[in-house]
Design a protein around this ligand. Structure first.
Ligand SMILES: *Cc1c(COP(=O)(O)O)cnc(C)c1O
Length: 366
């Protein structure tokens, strides 16, 4: 038997996650100066990290000869104060991606099934496949989650449901009361992972208090990240807030030092930087308006987005993407999400948004 054949069939059939193209890679390919490239492909915060997080990283440097605090005491205390639940309600992850995988590893045995939506975040299918479980992909409605159909899709062997709110890459948003009604319908032995990676970008009128639902729904797992509005994507830190019983199980399958010292320090400091959060939110609102106006001027269809990105239809997205890359602009093609006519662009700084819109006009004319 070949070494390849000794990997289980469900591992061999995984199609790898396709990340946004790194700036350094495009610079090499085009022979361009990296500083002239605009990357709006991975929903990062265009401001980078908060100054407080930066200072915390610099002052944690001298501790790097030692292992991190495997329990993340300081960060969990800060989260506990911020969200108003006890510190034993948190699991920390190497990015929330790690936390999503921990949920699959803890609750999804090989052969069981997990339910998620068509066009939902790609990591759900990957996490399910990695443990040898079966993914049930429920057709989307108007590009978003069809919660009624998702509830109907749950079978006796379903152990996990994934919901992204807002969803990536479509940006679609589900009002809180509909999620609460969905939780009422789902059997309590089925874990519902509510991925709120873009929660902090929600308009105040759309906000809902999912953390308060934990008291009623012990099967609810809320995941959030420091990669998006908090600007720490490169450090890899996210978390889950859930019932302590669920948290205990997820911690058993977690690598002991999955979140590093710099990430712990930065995340704790970032949580306390309200001014940076507000600045990032406002920059996103104005940048979203700028890009929407530009897309409207180009007569392009787009999906209303609750996040820091917008998905729009161009027809031959692969060709348009290529012409954007030639102009040093990186966005995200999403053919792998079943949307070959669409591109996703992250909201950047005003000058980056303008550069993107100019390049897009050129790319569409060609
Ligand atoms: C970006 C994103 C994440 C978070 O990724 P990290 O691993 O925390 O960097 C999770 N879910 C969705 C829907 C996302 O778009």
């Amino acid at each position: 038997m070949s070494v390849e054949a000794s990997a289980p069939a469900y591992i061999r059939s995984i199609s790898p996650y396709i990340p946004g193209k790194p700036i350094s890679e495009l610079a090499r390919e085009l022979g361009l100066d990296a500083h002239t490239i605009v990357k709006l492909a991975s929903n990062e915060n265009p401001l980078g990290m908060s100054p407080k997080a930066r200072a915390a990283v610099l002052s944690a440097i001298d501790e790097l000869g030692r292992y991190p605090d495997g329990n993340g005491f300081g960060l969990k205390q800060a989260l506990s104060r911020k969200l108003g639940v006890s510190a034993d309600c948190f699991v920390l992850g190497n990015g929330s991606n790690d936390a999503l995988e921990l949920a699959a590893r803890a609750f999804l045995p090989a052969g069981a099934s997990a339910v998620y939506s068509q066009h939902a975040f790609a990591v759900y299918a990957l996490a399910v496949q990695c443990v040898g479980a079966r993914g049930i992909e429920v057709p989307a409605r108007a590009w978003g989650h069809d919660l009624a159909a998702m509830a109907d899709a749950i079978t006796t062997d379903t152990r996990v449901v994934f919901i992204a709110n807002p969803n990536n890459p479509t940006g679609t948003f589900i009002p809180g009361h509909l999620i609460a009604a969905f939780l009422e319908r789902v059997p309590q032995n089925v874990v519902v992972v509510l991925d709120e990676a873009y929660n902090e970008y929600l308009h105040p009128e759309l906000r809902y208090d999912s953390v308060s639902w934990l008291a009623r729904f012990p099967n609810l797992v809320i995941s959030r990240t420091f990669s998006k509005i908090y600007g720490l994507a490169g450090l890899r830190v996210g978390y889950v807030v859930a019932n302590p019983v669920v948290v205990d199980l997820m911690n058993r399958v977690r690598a002991p030092f999955n979140v590093n010292t710099l990430a712990l320090a930065a995340a704790e400091a970032a949580l306390g930087d309200e001014a940076f959060l507000k600045q990032s939110y406002e920059l996103n609102s104005s940048g979203m308006a700028q890009i929407l106006a530009g897309l409207d001027a180009l007569n392009l269809e787009h999906i209303p987005s609750g996040g820091n990105f917008i998905t729009f239809r161009v027809g031959d997205a692969a060709a348009v993407n290529k012409r954007l890359l030639q102009q040093g602009v990186i966005v995200r093609p999403i053919a792998n999400y079943g949307m070959p006519e669409w591109l996703r662009v992250s909201i950047g700084l005003p000058a980056e948004n303008a550069r993107f819109l100019e390049a897009l006009a050129v790319a569409l004319k060609a």
